[in-house]
Design a protein around this ligand. Structure first.
Ligand code: SIN
Length: 312
């Protein structure tokens, strides 16, 4: 069956027409056939989004943890303005890769100006949630695709997202009981060391950056601050060790949980198009990018990052 919303865009089966106070809205929400994610149609984010449409988007974000807006044309100011509707923005600690005129934007790119990377070249090399190494990890990120590499017409540099909610719910009861009160340490310096050990072209954090992001401690099971759903909050990129267990048990549990959360049944794979804005919840999901391209294939994206609240 095909259903048509008010703007005549075809709506896939299972998608939701949006009503607000009985009025059919142009915006419509189209859940993916995966553990997380939905496409939002009918919105031009370069224009101001009215409050009713915004509330529909916010509700969909909390429900689906990841939202895709296709075919957007956004200046840095428009990207920042839309992001701010969800809350205050982080100024990323990696100051060398902030947008020169808009510090709220972190550049994610493999492009070089002479010998200097103009953006984070290894963002998403390992499964992670953005800023999980901070006391108050980010609530969400909004990544806008400006240049996407391709080969023979096929996009490269896909990003995969895993649902930390679905992963938690699928854990056997004995593992849930075992991790219920456990915490882990998370560290950006550890992430950098891991990258360098794996041969990535990276330098360590500067002493000033190290001071800004000391090691953080979070419970492995987080209750989502808005939805109240339990999330498996552990990732291979930033988690260092599980506290109050023997080192061997820490390694074994970390490995087990990190492999569990990224199982295919919890994952959505995003194939980028120029003009995509993808936003995700950093408590309810984690992600990893594919590095299946190299210069002269260029990848260039702008990311804003929402501030978070201190987690347990
Ligand atoms: C990120 O980890 O925020 C960037 C992911 C990507 O480059 O696809």
């Amino acid at each position: 069956m095909t259903v048509y919303s008010s703007n005549e865009a075809p709506v896939a089966r299972g998608s939701r027409l949006a009503f607000h106070h009985g009025t059919l809205m142009a915006v419509s929400i189209h859940p993916f056939d995966t553990a997380l994610g939905a496409e939002v149609r009918g919105l031009d984010l370069s224009a101001s989004v009215d409050d009713s449409s915004f509330e529909i988007v916010r509700g969909a974000y909390e429900e689906h943890s990841l939202l895709l807006f296709r075919d957007q044309t956004l200046s840095p100011e428009q990207h920042i303005d839309f992001s701010r509707r969800f809350g205050a923005l982080e100024i990323h600690v990696l100051d060398q890769w902030r947008h020169p005129e808009h510090p709220e934007i972190l550049i994610v790119s493999n492009i070089k100006d002479k010998d200097r990377h103009i953006g984070v070249p290894h963002a998403g090399r390992y499964w992670h949630t953005d800023l999980s190494y901070m006391v108050a990890p980010s609530r969400g990120s909004l990544l806008y695709a400006i240049e996407i590499p391709e080969q023979n017409g096929r996009p490269l540099g896909d990003t995969r997202f895993a649902s930390a909610v679905a992963a938690y719910e699928a854990l056997p009861d004995e593992i849930k009981a075992r991790i219920a009160d456990l915490s882990a340490t998370f560290s950006l310096a550890h992430h950098r060391s891991k990258l360098m050990a794996d041969g990535a072209d990276q330098s360590p954090l500067t002493p000033e950056q190290e001071v800004k992001v000391p090691t953080a401690v979070h419970k492995i099971v987080q209750v989502h601050p808005v939805t109240g759903r339990k999330c498996l909050f552990i990732n291979e990129g930033h988690a260092v060790e599980i506290l109050n267990v023997a080192p061997e048990e820490s390694r074994e549990l970390l490995d087990l949980l990190c492999r569990h959360v990224t199982k295919p049944e919890f994952v959505y794979r995003h194939q980028w198009r120029v003009g995509d804005l993808l936003m995700w919840d950093n408590v309810a999901t984690q992600h990893i990018a594919a590095f299946d391209y190299a210069l002269p294939q260029r990848r260039y994206l702008h990311r804003t990052t929402l501030e978070g609240v201190a987690l347990a």
